[in-house]
Design a protein around this ligand. Sequence first.
Ligand SMILES: [Zn+2]
Ligand SMILES: [Zn+2]
Length: 134
Amino acid sequence: MYQILMISSLYIVFKFCDWIIDEVGEWKVKSNIFSNPILRYEYYKASSTSRKMKKLKRMPYNEYLKTQHWELARSAVLKRDENKCADCGKPKEELPLEVHHVTYNRRGKENLEDLITLCKDCHQERHFISTAFE
Ligand SMILES: [Zn+2]
Ligand SMILES: [Zn+2]
């Protein structure tokens, strides 16, 4: 009787450890997702509603730049471009980096290809070129 009790309580302890490891493991996966800005943005985008996206698309641009959406998108693009200007390669230590819209078609639900990291100078140049051809 004593032996059966020992074995069954050991079994419960093992099961409990299993459960703990699982929980911790899953939690680790989640926290990894959230510490990577690219995954964080993708996760956020996937869980965002279409109503919210429409609202983001319509709001004035200066307001848009203050949203959490833009903050998440911006940090994902900076991470992807390794905090360097995509045109001249200067790092953020040399010039302030800005995130430029290659296209505004998906504003509020941008794919990462719609955005690019540029230094202040290259950013101005891109806008100068695009207005010169308009
Ligand atoms: Zn540059
Ligand atoms: Zn721009």
